[in-house]
Design a protein around this ligand. Sequence first.
Ligand code: NAP
Length: 494
Amino acid sequence: MPAFLNRSHPLCAAISDSDLLRTSAHLNGQWVDGVLGVTQAVTDPASGSELGQIASLSAQDAKSAVKAAHDAWSAWAGLLPQERTDFLRRWFELMLEHREDLALIMTYEQGKPISEARGEIDYAAAFIEFYAEEARRPNIESVTSHLPDAEVEVWREPVGVAALITPWNFPSAMLTRKAAAALAAGCTVVAHPSIETPLSALALAELAQRAGMPDGVFNVITGSAPDIVGAWMEDPRIRAVSFTGSTEIGRLLYRQGADTIKRLVLELGGHAPFVVFADADMEQAVDEAIKAKFATSGQDCLGANRFFIERSIYDDFCARFTTATKALRVGVGMDDPDIGPLMNAKAIEKQEEHVKDALDKGARLLCGGARHPAGDLFYQPTVLADVPADAKIMSEETFGPVAAITPFDTEDEALTRANDTEYGLVAYLHTQDPRRIYRASRALRFGMVAINRTKVTGAPIPFGGMKQSGLGREGSRLGLEAFTEVKYVCRDWA
Ligand code: NAP
């Protein structure tokens, strides 16, 4: 069966440029349904209605994509840096031109509130703009010769074909954060978007093609992840793999990459602590806590999962945070609520499991704690207090709108408990004491530390985690590292 769109879905009526709605994979400049000709449904999580049937490609198609990207590589790598800049710049401009359509696609397939979707399109485009500039500066380091009769040089060269694997919670930004860096470095790309949200990635492939990207340079291959990504992990032509998703799949790819010694960037789970000391600005701490917990409907790797609050302000914080949580609007993304649907039934079950487990172990329910009447995939924003350390929510990502709060007595205790996790992506800290800010920023074993604020991300910053939150960094100049090799050349003068 060929892939197709459900033309009666409201997305088709709402979109201005219907050519952005692609259901086939993008392989070597062509829109293809693959050798098997099978498809997979993509649904709108707010209504449960089908958006269409998306091409589900095979391992054989995945290998064809690697061949196309490998064949295109030397010409792409051989362009002048400013020529790659020009392609990326045009892609960036097209994203901004089609911002509203791209946001609509995202809200209908992912569920996030439309203003968050617009924000993600801006965030996603910013990576292309940033790496369009960085493409001009390949950063060739020079070394002064240590040999009497030789001249030495150090070059940076693209690694080859890069495989990019992206999750459903940021379907555009996770792709551009990787692809723009890889393309700027001179690599060609095969990408696998989550089967939950392929339309955003396919719309970006359509815009890349309109930007004049040569055939084979940017391929988006939809279908079963174990088949497609599995084929890429075995293929020696894939030299770098950049993955964003769960720690569990990250571990699997780490193992699979060993046989062909691939470069790996792993952006994995978060489970962030949010620590509030008694000297914090309470109003600011509560406002930022709401953002840190409920952005992306709680389905954010940067989402705060564990709230540690100093005992003298604990009751006040719990009361204010609960009042603010109760005021949050839950609804379908197109109505621009604060919280939209979760991605799938598994996500709803996880909220239920974590809430029940915490209550069984003695936590207090301050609000929420059940499904929301807006639809099958909606969950009430929930606050749990006095959550014991052995509750699942204190050690596993909940990835939804449930906050777990617990008191602490000393700075040492707060930082020790914040660090007591296998994850190390981001930590949030609220205090007015500059010495404590310094001590805590040093002590927290997280790749990113946000002090008295929540929003810290953007194209110029090194995004990434310590411990089992991952390997490598994305964004900033460091985001180019995984996609380049260093070559040392030594010339004899004699
Ligand atoms: P996931 O299940 O690990 O999936 C991520 C990607 O891996 C998807 O494209 C998925 O494809 C693919 N995948 C699934 N099974 C695979 C396999 N056996 N081999 C190869 N690829 C496979 O994660 P998710 O549930 O989509 O996303 C949530 C997780 O991502 C959370 O843990 C969150 O913290 C993390 N995350 C981290 C960051 C960061 O920057 N650190 C950002 C966002 C999210 P299908 O969906 O098609 O199965």
